[in-house]
Design a protein around this ligand. Sequence first.
Ligand SMILES: Nc1ncnc2c1ncn2[C@@H]1O[C@H](COP(=O)(O)OP(=O)(O)OP(=O)(O)O)[C@@H](O)[C@H]1O
Length: 386
Amino acid sequence: MEASEAKSKRAGGSRLCCICNKRRPVLKRPKTLQQICRECFYEVFEEEIHQVIVQNRLFKSGERVAIGASGGKDSTVLAYVLSELNRRHNYGLDLFLLSIDEGITGYRDDSLETVKRNEVQYGLPLQIVSYKDLYGWTMDDIVKMIGLKNNCTFCGVFRRQVSKHSLFTQTFIIPIIFCFMISSLIDFLKALDRGATLLKVDKLVTGHNADDIAETVLLNILRGDIARLSRCTSITTGEDGPIPRCKPFKYTYEKEIVMYAYFKKLDYFSTECIYSPNAYRGFAREFIKDLERLRPRAILDIIKSGEDFRIATTTKMPEQGTCERCGYISSQKWCKACVLLEGLNRGLPKMGIGRPRGSVNGDNKHTKAGSTAKSIESKQCGSLDF
Ligand SMILES: Nc1ncnc2c1ncn2[C@@H]1O[C@H](COP(=O)(O)OP(=O)(O)OP(=O)(O)O)[C@@H](O)[C@H]1O
């Protein structure tokens, strides 16, 4: 009897959880392929995040921390886990939920309902900041007026500069705000910065996970964007800005987040945004998923490669200066937004779009505005910074 039991434990190794060796396994852990029980899964999942927080000194006791809450799986799990860890390990944090309402009917309105329920479920105060209030337009208004064509090209440029360019945006309001608002990541972050300022928080955390970061490493390599490559793996960014942003899920696999949300029966919203057809990132995502299927460590290894890249001393990095036209931070004579605006102003909206000939790695050394127009192309659909 004992012999047959031992044999069945060994056979396939799947009868008992390979961590506690007591309970029946209910899942194969995506990161390690271990067969484990639900309780051990919760424990390793939460403990890994706790270790990331502690080892990277993400927070200090007494800090006010806003959780960027979209209602999606990542930020919902982040809000849940962070409030649990805060209690369990006495981090001493004041946590808040912060949501950006882009004004997308049938998408953000529904997901915000989820966040409102999370506010009650987790007992975390919620602040909602809307594009309508910040910029006077909802995404729906804008898409109704100009449609969806060519949206990604302008996005990565304007999203970071919109506040500086508010006068320009009034002049060219429809195309620029539209491009600014097409929902790539830093659109949110810009608005999130505003919301975080309203909440007077010390830090902002987002639910970017290991898969997101691996994708971004890959995209920055594919685009030869050395400057972004060197910072996209940082767990904390924006330390020199008003509100640092952290990614406690930097090493957390998306599949595990989904499993955790599923087993914990967390209340989250799972529809994709209707205005974000980012095909290039989609290919990178699929490629990484394929690699993960063959070798689960691939995601962590891509992140590690991103972290370990060293920029050769011979590589010329863009020198930071200010745009001669608007004063915004720029490594060129005119900032990218001004070049695009110039194109729009002259009725040549494609001026800043299109692959430049001879541009090898995005390391554009030209200083004339016309050359700047060429350099921006490679960063279209550019949610490559976090
Ligand atoms: N509208 C929003 N309001 C507040 N935070 C947001 C919003 N959209 C995105 N974020 C933050 O940015 C992170 C990454 O956003 P992304 O659009 O990549 O969504 P995602 O990977 O599907 O994440 P989630 O599952 O949380 O929606 C989110 O986890 C969240 O912290």
